[in-house]
Design a protein around this ligand. Structure first.
Ligand code: NAP
Length: 347
């Protein structure tokens, strides 16, 4: 890989992409970032600041996942493409097919159609997710942990729609990769990404999850839900290592450790408990089930996730990409501190 060749980051305005773009620039790379609307007056301030701090090395380009060919111009001359753009929306959606599944699947195909047309591209790093590995926590029954050999086989267009969108998009990417031999594919599988955001405009599920600690929805207690957590800065470093390590191959789990929502509340109370109230107990599952529809959750989701453990094996990411993961509690605390600094968490 020529270190002076530009690298393309799709969805450059996003939470995860912001850190990827920043670290690439700090590493001396030239970056092209795609956004749907490069002229929008808000939401891109952090990218404009990065462009000013690294003159001539960051440009923004208009591209839409649903518009085949729209990535061609930005990709011309790139050897490495990092495809992060994909909606990560939580809660009840009016039309998951249009809001999640089509942009993820059709968008991945469109980006890779551009890759197929762009002779310079040698590697694609795709931001997949642990949800392409595990659909519901209960799927771990009979296993010690999930590895990169596992696939989500339980999500559908009507159950865990986001998880389904990531699974079908990643499968499509592998199929397109295997149909040619010029470029290779490396996929990155983050758990719930937490840690400071460079933008307040992201609507990522990471923000929605942390907002639950201040919106009163966990005032009585937390669901007994375990989640894999990883720091956004580690996720960015993993993308870059996946892109520039010649021997990198296959699927890399980007998950520091599994913690419960109650563990997160406890970490937040230790640091911010003098100003905010955080959950102290886990609520019984039947109560969570009863209140699920009002909280935007389905009962099958609660049934198949609350109270079930989940674990992921990140050893290949540590060994082959040289990543030392930040503790999950640090990411939770740093994320909340950023919410305070940005005026999102107020007292
Ligand atoms: P985010 O802040 O919402 O970023 C998603 C980006 O996708 C946005 O910047 C958006 O760009 C772009 N996008 C959405 N629809 C698009 C469309 N039709 N055309 C072009 N761009 C579109 O979310 P994130 O958390 O950073 O997620 C980034 C990636 O990480 C996604 O692939 C997500 O599935 C994956 N991931 C996230 C987590 C997590 O916990 N956050 C965990 C695992 C995997 P514009 O609106 O500016 O165009």
């Amino acid at each position: 890989m020529d270190p002076s060749a530009p690298v393309l980051v799709t969805g450059g305005s996003g939470y995860v992409a912001g850190w990827i773009v920043r670290y690439l620039l700090e590493d001396g790379r030239t970056v092209r970032a795609t956004v749907r609307n490069p002229d929008k007056p808000t939401g891109l301030e952090h990218l404009h600041a990065l462009a000013d701090a690294h003159p001539g090395r960051l440009t923004l380009h208009r591209a839409d996942l649903l518009d085949d060919g729209s990535f061609d111009e930005a990709m011309a001359g790139c050897e490495l493409v990092m495809h992060t753009a994909s909606p990560f929306l939580m809660g009840r959606l009016d039309n998951p097919q249009e809001q999640l599944i089509r942009p993820a699947l059709e968008g991945t195909r469109n980006v890779l159609n551009s890759v197929n047309r762009t002779e310079s591209v040698k590697r694609v790093v795709l931001t997949s997710s642990v949800v392409a590995i595990c659909g519901d926590n209960v799927d771990m029954r009979g296993k010690d942990r999930f590895t990169d050999a596992d696939w989500n086989t339980t999500s559908t267009p009507n159950h865990q729609e986001y998880n389904y969108s990531k699974t079908v998009a990643e499968k499509a990417a592998w199929a397109m990769c295997e149909a040619q031999d010029r470029w290779d594919l490396v996929t990155v599988h983050p758990g719930l990404v937490l840690g400071p955001s460079l933008t307040t405009s992201s609507v990522s599920g990471s923000m929605t999850t942390m907002a639950h600690f201040i919106d009163g929805s966990m005032a009585l207690g937390a669901p007994a839900l375990q989640v894999g957590v990883v720091d956004v800065r580690d996720v960015a470093r993993i993308h870059i290592a996946a892109g520039y390590t010649p021997s990198a191959r296959g699927r890399y789990i980007a998950n520091a450790e599994t913690i419960s929502l109650l563990d997160m509340g406890n970490a937040l109370r230790r640091k911010f408990g003098n100003r905010w109230t955080f959950p102290r107990i886990e609520l019984p599952k039947f109560l969570i089930k009863l209140s699920a529809p009002a909280a935007g959750l389905t009962r099958p989701y609660v049934e198949r996730n609350v109270g079930w453990p989940v674990r992921y094996d990140n050893s290949r990411t540590r060994d082959e990409l040289g990543i030392e993961f930040m503790p999950a509690e640090q990411s939770v605390v740093d994320h909340f501190q950023q919410m305070i600094d940005d005026g999102i968490a107020k007292r």
